[in-house]
Structures are given as C-alpha cells and as structure tokens.
Design a protein around this ligand. Structure first.
Ligand code: UDP
Ligand code: MG
Length: 324
C-alpha cells in the first residue's frame, strides 16, 4: 500500500543549550527538506520543530531568529528544563504532520536515512526505528555499558530495539496512540514498543557530536537507565523475593546444623560467628530490599499525581500560524 500524495513530515528536535550547533543543523535540515520536496517525497508544508527545553544560553533567541528567516523552521519553547524525554514528548504531541521524526540537535544521527524512513512510512509502516550499525564512535565505557544495558533489559523481558535510541519516525496514528499513555516517567523507546503497529528498521552510522558537549553526563545517563528498568520491569522486586527466600532457607539449614551440633556433639556452640555474621548479612539484604521497594513506591507516588508532562510557553513559525 503506497500512498500517492506526498505526506507532511515534521522533524522534531529537542534542544538544551545548543546554540553552538543550531545554525549548522538548520542549514543541513533545510537542504534535506528541500531535496525531499523536489523528489516528491514530502509535502511543501513539511517543517522542522525545535523544542527549546528551557535552555540557559541563546538557544531560544536563535530559534526565533531562524524561524523568522526560514518558513521551514518552527519553535516550541518549554516553560523550563524538563529533560530530553519530556521535551521530545512535548514536540511529538505539539507538532503537526502526517508523521514526525525525532532527531537530536547535534546531528549525531545520520540524516541521510530520513528519506528511507519516509519511504517506509509511505509503504505503510507506522513506526520506523533508526538503529545504529556500530558503536565505534563511542568510548569503550559507553559501548560496554550500553551493550550490557540492552542485554539486561532483554534478560528482564523488556522489549526494546537493540541499539535504537530516540531516532525514529512515527505516524499520526502511532502518535495518537502514544498520547494515551499516561505515565509521567517517560522512557519513550520502551513505550513506543508497546504500541505495536506495522514497523521497520533502518540502519545508520552514528557520528560524533559536531560542536558543544553532551547534555547527558554520566549521572543523567545512569538515572535514565534506572528509569527505564523500573518503569518497564518489576523484575528487581522478584529478584529480591528470590534472594530473600534463598537466604531464609540457608539460615534454616544453619539453625538445624547448630542444633545438631548442640545435641549430638561435645563441641561448644559456634557462637559469635554464627550470630553476628548473619545479623550483618541479613541487615544488608533487608536494607537493599527496602531501598528497591522504596524506588517503586516512589514511582507510584509520582505517577498517581498524574501531573502534566510539559507546559508550552511560546510557539513560533509558519506551521503554527497556519493552524491558527
Ligand atoms: N536535551 C534536551 N534536554 C536535556 C538534555 C538534552 O532537550 O535536558 C537534548 C539535546 O539538546 C540533544 C538531545 O537531547 O538534542 C540528546 O542530547 P545529547 O546529544 O547531549 O546526548 P548524547 O548524544 O550525548 O547521548
Ligand atoms: Mg548527542
């Protein structure tokens, strides 16, 4: 099923302190859009939607300037910094278009696969995942931890696409379905897998960030990884139950052994070690378990508040003016 009318495509780009890259990014995207229009792949109304995630530098000023200069550039300004996932979600919920493609501002994701994503969409796929072929532009540490993480998620039966981050196309139908998910702890690559719908994969090579530095320092990365696990799996809770059961069985065996020693041998009871060691050990296990349970309780707490995930401060650009 190939559609004959060229669809309107929106490129959604979350930006946090990206003043160093925006001009270059814009010129490349404008060229790409023009090329796809000329090939009849996308409609004239296709556009770029920058989401300013409460940047502290001149990002928004630049976005306004660019959107005044190019009809293809639109801006969405969040009321404050909400983090990459929320900013991206805001863009996906706010930008118009028959399909939206999420891209990072630093253009690490190869733009050359975008025409292929659009082609797959026009052939009927609702979701097209951008998947990294290799990870050789990453540091050893990042590669090692990322690989471990994908394997861990798979072991916990969480369905995510290996080496897919947030570079993907989603159809209007898929976006509408996504809007029905009410959670405020967003882990979009996991949520999108839950949607189903026809989907496909395009492979690409990831480049280095061409200017500025990563807005995902180690601490944010770890917190995002943990977020993904606790939002999509209750496996850690089950693991604790298993460990708890095993330890209880072991202490039962130990008690039996101590009793036998007492009743049938002349040896003195092995007192100190068998009392103090399990005390510390169990204390540790209990604290750990409480901590993990606490994490989930905290999540219930934040989810039940059902708070809005973003507030839009301003909208700019042709596409929004057209909407009225
Ligand atoms: N980003 C954002 N809000 C944040 C942090 C990051 O919108 O609080 C954006 C950032 O501007 C970029 C994308 O998320 O467009 C990915 O961030 P980055 O390239 O720094 O992450 P990395 O590629 O290093 O994982
Ligand atoms: Mg990046």
């Amino acid at each position: 099923m190939t559609s004959t009318v060229a669809p309107t495509i929106g490129l959604v780009i979350p930006c946090y302190n990206e003043e160093e890259v925006l001009r270059e990014t814009t010129s490349r995207l404008v060229v790409l859009l023009e090329r796809m229009r000329n090939e009849g792949l996308v409609s004239a109304d296709s556009a770029v939607f920058y989401v300013d995630d409460g940047s502290r530098d001149r990002t928004w000023a630049l976005i306004s300037e660019l959107s005044a200069a190019h009809k293809d550039i639109c801006g969405i300004k969040l009321s404050r910094n909400r983090g990459h996932q929320n900013a991206l979600f805001c863009g996906l919920m706010t930008a118009p278009g028959d399909a939206l493609i999420s891209v990072d501002a630093d253009l690490q994701d190869d733009l050359e696969v975008i025409p292929q994503m659009v082609k797959n969409f026009r052939h009927g796929d609702d979701i097209v995942y951008g998947v990294r072929k290799r990870r050789d532009t990453d540091t050893f540490f990042k590669r090692f931890t990322a690989e471990g993480y994908y394997k861990l998620m798979a072991a916990m039966k969480v369905d995510i696409v290996f080496n897919h981050a947030d570079y993907r196309l989603m159809s209007r139908r898929a976006l509408d379905a996504l809007s029905e998910y009410r959670e405020s702890n967003l882990f979009l690559r996991g949520m999108v897998r839950l949607l189903g719908f026809p989907n496909s994969v395009v492979e690409y090579d990831r480049a280095e960030r061409f200017a500025g530095e990563s807005k995902y320092p180690l601490k944010k990365m770890l917190s995002f990884a943990w977020q993904g696990i606790t939002s999509f799996s209750t496996y850690p809770l089950r693991l604790i139950t298993t460990i708890g059961t095993l330890i209880s069985l072991a202490s039962l065996a130990m008690t039996a052994w101590a009793l036998l020693m007492r009743l049938f041998t002349a040896d003195a009871l092995p007192g100190w070690a068998s009392t103090v060691i399990p005390m510390y050990f169990l204390g540790g296990v209990q604290l750990l378990s409480l901590g993990v349970i606490g994490e989930y309780v905290a999540k219930i707490y934040t989810e039940t508040k059902d708070r809005p995930r973003f507030h839009v401060d301003k909208l700019e650009g042709e596409a929004f003016r057209r909407q009225g």
